[in-house]
Design a protein around this ligand. Structure first.
Ligand SMILES: *Cc1c(COP(=O)(O)O)cnc(C)c1O
Length: 409
């Protein structure tokens, strides 16, 4: 099919919940993709932080093909080697104790919330526990995950959602403290807020939240679905802060392309929360996706992917600082850790326009929040890839600098 045929047929038949970029992705190789008309792009969004290893990283496809030949699926009523292997590797890397695999990030959040509630319920038998979540957070689109997502626009049409969620200001410990009651059972936050606009947690804030949770026996859930798996330069973003959550949620790059997520509990939670009959999934953590996860952990270790991300992130940060210095009227801030970075753009420079112009010039890049250009490239990008992306963006910003404000409306 031609690109236009693909787009037309899709728009006729798929529920319109996305305003898609006007290209159809056909295939990828390394850090590049090609559209259905054969045009090449440098990929700095990586399927939204999924393709940490890029496309067709040596060893990855082979591991999946070998598992396809054995079996794609079985039931969670049976044991299988990919489950034994992937769980061991995830538990070891996270410093936590027990993993439950899901099909998506949102489902990892659902499981984490249930585990926290069950832990609290076993302690005091109350049916009115509260969870503290953060403003401008993002945890997913299912009803439970949406309930802890601090974005009124996403929530409003679907009210009432799960009861008992209070929202605090991210990086404002007093605001968290003011939400605590005798009903509080958990605090959930992203170690680096992604969709909200790339805001890393401040060290003092996160340490205080950890201490508060310890003091009051609250469950600290860190959502590293976007910022985990080496993206910040360490395997898990919380390693930057010298703390460990009670529950970690991960997904996106966990399988580097297959749909898989997980929530991982520490020993205390694992001993006293979800028991047989409390939680389940038909597909979650099936042999196919966990063969991918298992291989991903091996490749990350062998290839020192987190260290690569740290180095590549440092180089990208330098280049983005340079762009900001060059276009101070268009770029108002630069935030991030490793290879999760954001450039905040001024009103004179709509982020949608920048992403569309970049696409035309051969760069895939997306936004976060209302006005942040988001960088979540594959963790294997080279200096040359970064130079190329920054050169394309320099071209886009140079054009934008010439646009009169009224032409942007
Ligand atoms: C993407 C994302 C989710 C939701 O994951 P899905 O797989 O889309 O359900 C949750 N939390 C964070 C931080 C995310 O970036």
């Amino acid at each position: 099919m031609t690109q236009n045929e693909i787009i037309r047929q899709t728009e006729e038949n798929v529920l319109h919940t996305y305003n898609r970029f006007p290209i159809a992705i056909d295939r990828g190789e390394g850090v590049r993709v090609w559209d259905a008309d054969g045009k090449e792009y440098l990929d700095f969004m990586a399927g939204i932080a999924v393709f940490a290893l890029g496309y067709h990283f040596p060893g990855y496809d082979e591991a999946l093909i070998a598992q396809i030949r054995k079996t794609l699926h079985t039931s969670n009523l049976y044991y299988h080697e990919p489950l034994a292997e992937a769980s061991k590797k995830l538990v070891r890397s996270s410093g936590l104790s027990r993993a439950f695999f899901t099909n998506s990030g949102a489902e990892a959040i659902e499981g984490a919330v249930k585990a926290a509630k069950k832990y609290a319920w076993l302690k005091d038998g109350r049916g009115d526990h509260e969870i503290i979540a953060m403003n401008s957070s993002f945890h997913g689109r299912t009803v439970g995950a949406l309930s802890v997502t601090g974005n009124a626009h996403y929530q409003e049409p679907f009210l009432p959602l799960m009861a008992g969620v209070k929202f605090a200001e991210f990086n404002d410990f007093d605001s968290v403290l003011s939400c605590v009651s005798e009903r509080t059972c958990a605090v959930i936050l992203e170690t680096v807020q992604g969709e909200g606009g790339i805001y890393p947690a401040e060290a003092e804030f996160l340490k205080k939240v950890r201490a508060l949770c310890d003091e009051k026996d609250l469950v600290l859930i860190l959502d590293e679905i976007q910022c985990g798996m080496g993206r910040t330069g360490k395997m898990w973003a919380y390693e930057h802060y010298g703390i460990v959550p009670d529950i970690l949620t991960c997904a996106k790059a966990l399988g580097c392309g297959v749909p898989v997520g997980a929530f991982v509990l520490n020993e205390k939670l694992a001993e006293a929360s979800l028991m047989p009959g409390d939680h389940g999934t038909t597909y979650g953590g099936n042999p196919f996706v966990l063969a991918a996860v298992s291989e991903v952990f091996d490749l990350f270790e062998e290839q020192q992917i987190a260290a690569k991300a740290e180095a590549a992130g440092g180089y990208l940060a330098e280049k983005l600082d340079g762009l900001m210095a060059e276009f101070p009227q268009l770029i108002t801030a630069h935030r991030g850790l490793g290879l999760i970075r954001g450039l905040e753009l001024s009103a004179a420079c709509p982020v949608g326009t920048v992403a569309n112009r970049a696409l035309e010039k051969g760069l895939l890049i997306i936004s976060a929040g209302n006005n942040v250009l988001r960088f979540v490239p594959p963790l294997i990008i080279t200096k040359e890839d970064t130079d190329e992306a920054v050169e394309i963006l320099r071209g886009v910003f140079s054009e934008q600098a010439l646009v009169k404000p009224e032409e942007n409306l």
